[in-house]
Design a protein around this ligand. Sequence first.
Ligand code: SF4
Ligand code: SF4
Length: 372
Amino acid sequence: MPKVPNWQLDRDEFYKYESSPPQKQIGYVFDTNKCIACQTCTVACKTTWTSGKGEEYMFWNNVETKPYGFYPLAWDVKALNKIGNVEWQGTAYQGKTIYEAAEDGEEIAGYVPDEEDWARPNLGEDEVTKAVDHKATFELPHSSWMFYLARICNHCSYPACLAACPRQAIYKRKEDGIVLIDQSRCRGYQKCVGACPYKKPMYNAHTGRSEKCIACYPLIEKGVAPRCVQTCIGKIRMAGFVHPPHQAEATNPIDYLVHEAKVALPLYPQFGTMPNVFYVPPIHVELPYLRQMFGPKVDAAVETYKKRDPQLVGLLSLFGSTDHLVDKFEVKDGKALGFLNNEHLVTVPVKEPVIFRMSKDENLDVVRPSIT
Ligand code: SF4
Ligand code: SF4
């Protein structure tokens, strides 16, 4: 098996194919501190892509409450059990990836969920870790906590789904790094379903094919953001393109958050698929849990986020401000500007103006009794 470089693990790893990076790589940042679990993203995706026969149970985009929410049941607990001990020495991963933990006769350490496992997408919703103490204060991290984790396919750089497919029905597009299943080649063996540690390919029993998030590629081709990004009520999402660290551009918003400010981290980097959805971790949650989920760089990410650097705050205020992908940003004079292909898309104030309305409006000569 060839060895390929993985900057998220700070080492090389084994993968089925040689490294072959796309010309561009779609990338996302989700700020978990802002998600309200309204599921608008889930419904936008569902009504756009999975309203057909055999797709009833599918949520290519889902939002689960951590630590007790899962879709499918216990997906991350089971995937972590497959790879065994997770050990980091500094930022270098010492444990095994899903490719390295495979048993004899297997290529990838995985499993296919049961039908029942998919049946309760809202399991554990809004459950906190323990009862909130009487007179609990809001010091960070909280003693009782939960947070919302929005999930889509990560359009990984070393996709397990692609590596597992015996039909070579899964491919990674050269132009944007989107991972797709060719429905005409797929025979429904579900090897991708078993291999993906994030459990994002799903089997359609009606068509006898597997399906997965397609990153709304018809929109991406026009420079428009995917539906889940466009519709996000909490403005937690930004979509654009991400580079590896040695090619990072400080003016590219995804690169800035991932490589410069280092506040956005991959989900379970230890699986070894090199995911391209990055998360700003929740700052109110216990660090041991976050370290397991986002790796050893999470402590610094939380501290940086709390410092509220003006450049970072400016960039975060651009989230949800445009329907388009953003590949360049600028923060100046209290404003944040977003661009795509050097065309100006949007300008937003970094600090929203606060306007007080007096109960007596002198201009209109009216009294508004509901204003305190
Ligand atoms: S998240 Fe899963 S389905 Fe998506 S590219 Fe990675 S391995 Fe494949
Ligand atoms: S639409 Fe945005 S805020 Fe609402 S659940 Fe989805 S990611 Fe969270």
